[in-house]
Design a protein around this ligand. Structure first.
Ligand SMILES: CC(C)(COP(=O)(O)OP(=O)(O)OC[C@H]1O[C@@H](n2cnc3c(N)ncnc32)[C@H](O)[C@@H]1OP(=O)(O)O)[C@@H](O)C(=O)NCCC(=O)NCCS
Length: 183
């Protein structure tokens, strides 16, 4: 792989860029404090913007590492940071990455996350030189599976009772795409 880290990516509606600590208010207000967003995630809603600021302070230091991939999703139409997409597990030995993402529920249903995921996958295949990109979702959260489908991933299988999120133990549905799957 090519350890180029998190560089800015532009799409039709989005700027995918590094977080700064100044994004704390947008992140807290738009998604990190919202139990609707965190229902199927591994972390509970942030109790205060200080929790968000402290997390961002930690994330920002990690950008020096070329193996760290974590983008803020900024919407061009209003300049708001509305979500996050990142590599949650880098598997260097197989040139692979597992992805995670979440977004303000005010913007759901506009195809924004598929647009972000597709752009990030192109970046990881073409610029970071990865070969395999995967993601999983709680079987009770099929809307996340739709994002993976729309970005070109295929279902590989269900790992029963293999995950834990804020609701408890869950079945994980795994999806993936190889570089050679692309047209
Ligand atoms: C999953 C998520 C990223 C989807 O992003 P998005 O930009 O809304 O994606 P899409 O617009 O393509 O919608 C995907 C599916 O969500 C569902 N959906 C759309 N709008 C919705 C809404 N307002 N409420 C509930 N579900 C909705 C639909 O099933 C849609 O599929 P369809 O287009 O085939 O009908 C977003 O819902 C989210 O952030 N959820 C909370 C965090 C999360 O679950 N992350 C993934 C963990 S694996």
């Amino acid at each position: 792989m090519n350890k180029i880290g998190t560089q800015t990516i532009e799409t039709e509606r989005l700027i995918l860029r590094r977080f700064t600590v100044e994004d704390a208010e947008d992140m807290y207000n738009n998604w990190a404090s919202d139990p609707v967003v965190t229902e199927f995630l591994t972390w509970p809603p942030h109790a205060s913007v200080e929790v968000t600021r402290s997390l961002l302070t930690d994330w920002v230091t990690k950008y020096e590492d070329g193996g760290y991939f974590n983008w803020a999703i900024e919407l061009k139409e209003n300049g708001q940071v509305i979500g996050n997409i990142s590599v949650v597990h880098l598997k260097e030995s197989v040139d692979g990455a597992d992805m995670g993402y979440c977004m303000s529920h005010s913007y759901w249903g506009r195809g924004i996350m598929p647009e972000a995921l597709k752009a990030v996958m192109d970046y990881l295949f073409d610029k970071a030189d990865l070969n395999r990109i995967a993601a999983c979702h709680d079987a009770d959260n099929p809307k996340s599976g739709r994002v993976m489908d729309k970005a070109g991933m295929k279902v590989e299988g269900v790992f029963r009772m293999a995950g834990r999120n804020t609701r408890g133990i869950c079945d994980e549905v795994w999806h993936a795409m190889l570089r050679s799957d692309r047209a």
